[in-house]
Design a protein around this ligand. Structure first.
Ligand SMILES: [Zn+2]
Length: 331
């Protein structure tokens, strides 16, 4: 990801490709307009926080930049799609505040404007996502208004807005509103049912009061926080892929994994091995020396995490080191 400045950055398309099940009506409507050459240059994607509006904006950008989209989907293979997926499409600018409570400033809008005035480097459309657009201060909003009054050719502005009341009426009148309401629980189920258990989804929907992005983040956290002893043991002996594990780990998950491991190591040394040996044959064969080494490694990994180390790399290396210790019993 290349930073143009503090607040403007290149496309950031996550691997979660495709529109959400509750976004079908909106995308169909916009694509018919696009095919009829009537898609407005400025779209205001509005609705409450947590209904995947930003995701929609990114997927729409992906689709509008694709050189050969089929049935409302980016092909995923053309040069444009490859650039989007790599996070460095030259004709896609994302604008956001440095922190959620900070303003988007006029300088940022001006540098975006300069960049979008150039001809599209890939010869297709140009996209600018502003999220959340209500964070623009007055000067920034006025600068954007000037751009919207005479938009550069083949350029689409996607304004993601959580609170429409905070948007200048002049900007409102220059953009077409696309609204996203809270989806039904059924659609949220449909979206998540491939990856999570029905019962877990139901309880997360209740806790998140139905807001899909929050439902997913609860499920991901819960998933990561539940480390049974067997999973922990399999990870440190290399029976489970350290790479896969580290790839989906967030900070909370990594810390709770290390805590679970430290607890397990302490239990194993203080209780009679005979008791737990049926459950965890792997831990049973662990020597006192190995236990001690892994314990020390886990403690320093926890310290490194607290100092903002590269989480993924750290967990990968940590697990590989554990496995090395486990396969060399006599060192
Ligand atoms: Zn494509």
């Amino acid at each position: 990801m290349s930073n143009v400045n503090d607040q403007m950055y290149a496309a950031e398309l996550n691997v979660d490709v495709g529109f959400r099940p509750w976004q079908e009506a909106q995308i169909n409507h916009l694509m018919s307009a696009y095919q009829a050459n009537t898609l407005p240059h400025a779209l205001m994607l509005s609705g409450p926080l947590g209904v995947s509006k930003k995701h929609f904006a990114e997927q729409l950008a992906f689709l509008l930049l694709c050189a050969s989209p089929t049935s409302g989907q980016a092909c995923g293979h053309c040069k444009s799609c490859a650039l989007c997926l790599a996070g460095n499409h030259p004709d896609w600018a994302n604008i956001g505040p440095e922190a959620s409570h900070k303003a988007i400033r006029v300088d940022t809008i001006r540098s975006m404007q300069q960049r979008l005035q150039q001809t599209a480097q890939q010869g297709g459309n140009k996209i600018c996502i502003i999220c959340p657009a209500e964070n623009m201060n007055e000067n920034a909003a006025n600068a954007l208004l000037k751009v919207l009054e005479e938009p550069p050719a083949d350029t689409y502005f996607l304004l993601v807005v959580h609170q429409v009341s905070q948007i200048l009426p002049t900007i409102l009148s220059r953009s077409q509103r696309v609204n996203f309401a809270l989806p039904s629980a059924n659609l949220v189920h449909e979206w998540l049912s491939h990856d999570f258990d029905e019962a877990d989804i139901q309880s997360a929907i209740e806790r998140a009061r139905g807001f899909p992005e929050r439902v997913k983040s609860i499920l991901l956290t819960t998933d990561a926080l539940q480390f049974d002893n067997e999973t922990v043991a399999e990870l440190i002996v290399g029976k489970r892929s350290a790479y896969d594990f580290a790839a989906k780990m967030d900070l909370g998950g990594a810390v709770s994994f290390l805590d679970a491991l430290l607890t397990l190591l302490t239990q194993q040394s203080s209780t009679s091995l005979a008791k737990s040996s049926d459950d965890l044959p792997i831990m049973q064969v662990m020597t006192e020396h190995q236990r001690h080494k892994i314990y020390k490694l886990a403690l320093s990994a926890k310290q490194a995490l607290a100092q903002n180390a590269n989480l993924r790399l750290l967990m990968e290396v940590f697990l590989q080191d554990c496995t090395t210790i486990m396969v060399s019993p006599h060192d």
